[in-house]
Design a protein around this ligand. Structure first.
Ligand SMILES: Cc1cc2nc3c(=O)[nH]c(=O)nc-3n(C[C@H](O)[C@H](O)[C@H](O)COP(=O)(O)OP(=O)(O)OC[C@H]3O[C@@H](n4cnc5c(N)ncnc54)[C@H](O)[C@@H]3O)c2cc1C
Length: 505
C-alpha cells in the first residue's frame, strides 16, 4: 500500500520510542496504513537510556508482578529468535547477602524465574561458590546464585522495528512533532511540524506513544483529561572502565532493598545502574544528579574489590520511565507493567500507552492491536512472534557472519566484522553493496566508521546527526574525540546541503 497517497491513515502513531515503533510495525504488518511521527531521532529518549536488558525482572517478583514477569520471561526467548544479532543471552551473578534476603527466598524466586515462562534457549539458575582469589568481588562474598537473562542494543531494537514497519508500508517521519490533533466527524485531524513546515494529516485512530510526554500531550495537544496519572521516575547509569573480566553481569543487592546491575558493556567498559527517583522537570533535560553518582559508586565499591572514584566515570546517561501511577510511595515499587487506554474523543479513537518495558514491547503492541479490533473490525491475527527483525533473515550465527564478512571484504579487522555483524546482521550485505575491500568504503572517520556505513545510516536508518550515528546506531561515541566528531558533522552537513539542493531542483 502506498501510504504517501493515503488520504486518511488508519493510524497515526505519536512517538518513535520502542512502544511507538512496535505498534506501528505490528499494525503495518496487518495491512493497516500507518504514519509514525517522532519529534527527535528514533529512540532518542527513554528507549536508549535503559539498562539494555531483555529480562523477566527478578525483583518484580517481590512486588508480586507475576503477570508482567511471566510475559517478560517468555518474551526473552521470542525476541532472542527474532533478533539474535542485537540480543544475546547473559548470565547474571547475584552475590548472596543473607541479611537482605535469605537463601531460601532467592532460591524460590529463581525457581519461579526458571519455570514461570517458557524457556528453551536460556540456561536455568544454579548456586555458585566464589574462588576468593580470582573473584572480582569483595572477600565477604563466598557464595551466590547465577541465572539467565539477555542483553540488547536498545536503540537498534527501535530502529529495526521502524525499518520493518516501513517495509510493511508505514511512513516514518523523524524530527517531526505532533503539535495537536482534534476529532472532526469521527476522524482525527493531526497537525505535524518539521523543518519543512506544517503538515496536516487525517487518521481513524491516534496512538499516543509519547512516553514521558503521554499525559502532557493528552492535556495540551488534545485538550482532554488523561485517563491515568503518569509517574515520571528517573533512572541513571554510569559507564566506567571494565571492572571485571568475562561476559557475565552482576546483580548487586543494596541495603535499601533496591538492586543495581554491573553489566559488561562494549568490550572495554562496565555499565552500572540504575537508580529510581521521582522526576518532575522537563524529560528533555534529564541528567544524572550528584546523589545518584554517589549512590552508584557506593553500591559498586561495597561489592567489588576495585574501588571507583568519580574520576573513573567515563560518561553517564539518564532516562525517565513513563510509568502508570499506581500511587505507590516508593519509586522503585511503581508498577513496570503497561496500561493501554482506549478512549472515544467525539467519535474518534485515541489509544494512549502508559508504562511498559523494552522487553514487553511486542506483547504491548499485540495488546494494542487487539483493543483496536473494535475500531477496525479487522480479523488479523498476531503475526510477528515468528517474524525475524531486519538483519536476522538467513542468519545462521553471528560468529559465522563475522567470518564471512572477513572472507569477503579485504582488510576488515575482527572487531569491525564483529560490530557490523552485531549491528546489522545479514543487512550488512546491503550496507556493503558488493564492495570487497576496506579501501573501497570511502572516507575513514576513525574507529572503523567509513562513509559507506554513514551513507547507509542516512539513507536507510533515518540518521541525520553525528549523535544519531555515534550514540544510537553504532555506539562508537565512547571512542570518538571531539575533533573526529567535527569531521563527521561536516560530512553530514555536506549530505544535507546536497539533499536540499535536490529537493529544490
Ligand atoms: C533507567 C532505565 C532503565 C531501563 N531498563 C530497562 C531494561 O533494561 N529493560 C527493559 O525492558 N526496559 C527498561 N526500561 C524501560 C524502557 O526503557 C521503557 O519502558 C521504554 O523505553 C519506554 O518506551 P516509550 O516508547 O514508551 O518511550 P520513549 O522511548 O521515551 O519514546 C517516546 C517518544 O515520543 C516522542 N514524542 C513525545 N511527544 C511527541 C510529539 N508531540 N510528537 C512527536 N514525538 C513525540 C519522544 O521524542 C520520544 O522519542 C528502562 C527505563 C529506564 C528509564
Amino acid at each position: 500500500m502506498n501510504t504517501q497517497q493515503q488520504s486518511i491513515y488508519d493510524m497515526v502513531v505519536i512517538g518513535g520510542g520502542i512502544n511507538g515503533v512496535g505498534i506501528a510495525c505490528d499494525a503495518a504488518g496487518r495491512g493497516l496504513s500507518v504514519l509514525l511521527c517522532e519529534k527527535d531521532d528514533l529512540a532518542s529518549h527513554t528507549s536508549s537510556a535503559s539498562s539494555k536488558l531483555i529480562h523477566g525482572g527478578l525483583r518484580y517478583l517481590e512486588h508480586k508482578e507475576f503477570r508482567l514477569v511471566r510475559e517478560a520471561l517468555a518474551e526473552r526467548e521470542v525476541l532472542l529468535k527474532k533478533a539474535p544479532h542485537i540480543i544475546r543471552p547473559m548470565r547474571f551473578i547475584m552475590p548472596h547477602e543473607p541479611h537482605l534476603r535469605p537463601a531460601w527466598l532467592i532460591r524460590t524466586g529463581l525457581f519461579f524465574y526458571d519455570y514461570l515462562g517458557k524457556r528453551e534457549q536460556l540456561a536455568g539458575s544454579n548456586g555458585i561458590e566464589f574462588d576468593l582469589e580470582n573473584s572480582p568481588l569483595a572477600p565477604r562474598f563466598t557464595r551466590g546464585f547465577e541465572y539467565s537473562d539477555c542483553a540488547v542494543d536498545d536503540a537498534r531494537l527501535v530502529v529495526l522495528n521502524a525499518i520493518q514497519a516501513r517495509e510493511h508500508g508505514a511512513q516514518i517521519l523523524t524530527r517531526t512533532e505532533c503539535l495537536n490533533a482534534y476529532s472532526k466527524g469521527g476522524i482525527w485531524q493531526v497537525c505535524l511540524k518539521n523543518a519543512k513546515g506544517l503538515q496536516n494529516v487525517q487518521a481513524k485512530v491516534l496512538v499516543n506513544a509519547a512516553g514521558p510526554w503521554v499525559a502532557d500531550f493528552i492535556k495540551q495537544g488534545l485538550k482532554q483529561e488523561s485517563p491515568y496519572g503518569i509517574r515520571l521516575i528517573q533512572g541513571s547509569h554510569i559507564i566506567v572502565p571494565k571492572l571485571f573480566d568475562g561476559d557475565k553481569a552482576f546483580i548487586m543487592q543494596n541495603d535499601d532493598h533496591r538492586i543495581v546491575f554491573a553489566i559488561p558493556y562494549l568490550e572495554q567498559y562496565t555499565l552500572i545502574g540504575t537508580t529510581d527517583r521521582e522526576y518532575n522537570a522537563d524529560p528533555n533535560r534529564v541528567k544524572i544528579s550528584q546523589e545518584e553518582i554517589d549512590y552508584l559508586l557506593d553500591v559498586s565499591n561495597d561489592h567489588f574489590k576495585t574501588q571507583l572514584t568519580q574520576t573513573d566515570i567515563i560518561t553517564t546517561y539518564s532516562g525517565v520511565r513513563p510509568l502508570c501511577d499506581d500511587e505507590s510511595d516508593n519509586p522503585a515499587a511503581v508498577t513496570r507493567d503497561y496500561t493501554l487506554a482506549l478512549t472515544d474523543v467525539e467519535g474518534a479513537a485515541l489509544l494512549s500507552i502508559f508504562g511498559g518495558k523494552l522487553t514487553t514491547y511486542r506483547k504491548l503492541a499485540e495488546a494494542a492491536l487487539d483493543q483496536l479490533k473494535t475500531v477496525f473490525h479487522h480479523r488479523s491475527k498476531p503475526w510477528n512472534a515468528d517474524a525475524t527483525l531486519p538483519g536476522a533473515e538467513n542468519l545462521e550465527s553471528v560468529e559465522q557472519l563475522m567470518m564471512e564478512i572477513q572472507q569477503k571484504v579485504r582488510g576488515v579487522s575482527s572487531s569491525l566484522a564483529s560490530r557490523w555483524a552485531h549491528a546489522y546482521g545479514t543487512r550488512v550485505w546491503i550496507l556493503l553493496n558488493h564492495l570487497t575491500s576496506i579501501d573501497e568504503l570511502g572516507q575513514n572517520f576513525g574507529h572503523g566508521l567509513y562513509a559507506q556505513e554513514v551513507d547507509y545510516l542516512v539513507e536507510q536508518e533515518w540518521a541525520r546527526s553525528s549523535e544519531d550515528i555515534l550514540q544510537r546506531r553504532t555506539k562508537l561515541y565512547l571512542q570518538f574525540s571531539a575533533a573526529e566528531v567535527d569531521v563527521l558533522d561536516e560530512y553530514l552537513m555536506a549530505i544535507r546541503i546536497k539533499q536540499k539542493a535536490q529537493d529544490v531542483a
